[in-house]
Design a protein around this ligand. Sequence first.
Ligand SMILES: Cc1cc2nc3c(=O)[nH]c(=O)nc-3n(C[C@H](O)[C@H](O)[C@H](O)COP(=O)(O)OP(=O)(O)OC[C@H]3O[C@@H](n4cnc5c(N)ncnc54)[C@H](O)[C@@H]3O)c2cc1C
Length: 367
Amino acid sequence: MDLRDVLIVGGGPAGLIAGAEAAKSRADVLIVEEDPEIGEPDHCAGFVSAKGLEKVIEPSQNFVLGWIRGARIFSPAGKAYEVMAEETKACVIDRVKFDKELLRKAEACGAEVVTGRAYTSGLEAKVLVDAEGSKGRLAKSLGFEVPKSIPAAQMDLEVADFDRDIVELQTGECAPGFFAWKVPRGDHVRVGLACYRGVPLDLLKSMLEKNSNFNLKNAKIIRQLFGKVVIGGPLRRTVRGNAMVIGDAGGFVKPTTGGGVVMGGLTAKLAGAAAAEAALNRAPLSAFEKAWKSKYGSDFRTMKLATRIFRNMKADELEHALKVSHEAGILGLLAGYDLDLQGAAVNRVLESRLIRFAMLPFLRSLF
Ligand SMILES: Cc1cc2nc3c(=O)[nH]c(=O)nc-3n(C[C@H](O)[C@H](O)[C@H](O)COP(=O)(O)OP(=O)(O)OC[C@H]3O[C@@H](n4cnc5c(N)ncnc54)[C@H](O)[C@@H]3O)c2cc1C
């Protein structure tokens, strides 16, 4: 039997980044991807922080669709607040091209990638890395929990006019418990939402019909996309025996925004290094869990708390909190904080007089 050092199930960003890292340490790595093409089908809005992206892979015109200067946040009642950074802090990537770039990198490091092949139990390895995304089929069979997720729908739209360097977010009942987004992608926009209640596609269609604040008048639908946004933060246990869960499968997604490319990528690097050490030098695989908890555990916990408060805010509470934070200059300040490790930004809000807006939703979340 062909016994590999490291077998990675799933050729998304997490699997490919972990595979590259393990292969760099000279482990014999096999990545299996059940879809015939890496990166497809695409289900991601592609919004990532510029600094985070640099830590994962060198940004390239090959997959960066545009650079983002700031965000326009609409309150539930439709009031617009702009958060603009002094320097470019984010960009939008084409996930199909981005994933293919990660594939090239993983192969260049020595990992073998096989597409069109689903994981079957006959495949053997010293270390098994579950990078299957939010599906959770393999995770369950290995005894891991499955991270919480909520459904999302997106549409690529041709619209006459849009800001090419600003993302827009709409809060409130259009996307209960979460938010809707509009992301510029070169010659078109990707509009989407995820929600705790309701059917995302119905809510999205209703936004289009109402010609919401996103100004989607006469928009022409190019395509529809669906997916699950992972929201609960990392699982408590991400290592069991000789197996580990990474990326969406391990819950390595910012609970505040559902963005998992950067945090999933950074933690996948730790996973790849630990997998190689375990396979080649019999080091304990638990080194992965120790490493991500010590580097990122506190930020994940704080982001989770912020999400819990936001999710339990009533529309009028959110309306008021946005108004006060804007008037107190706090919204503006947030542009200066790290977009990925958001613990410091959340703490800044909670230390301010805005804390009083958090109390009631937090108490509500307990019941
Ligand atoms: C609507 C939506 C919008 C999003 N927008 C953003 C965003 O703007 N910015 C951001 O950072 N993140 C965003 N995300 C999150 C981001 O897409 C994920 O966090 C990221 O793709 C996770 O990478 P992954 O490698 O863990 O999983 P995936 O990208 O899901 O890859 C998992 C791979 O494993 C394969 N697989 C599954 N089971 C098997 C098996 N048994 N055998 C072999 N292969 C298997 C799948 O085919 C898949 O290719 C969004 C998510 C959604 C749903």
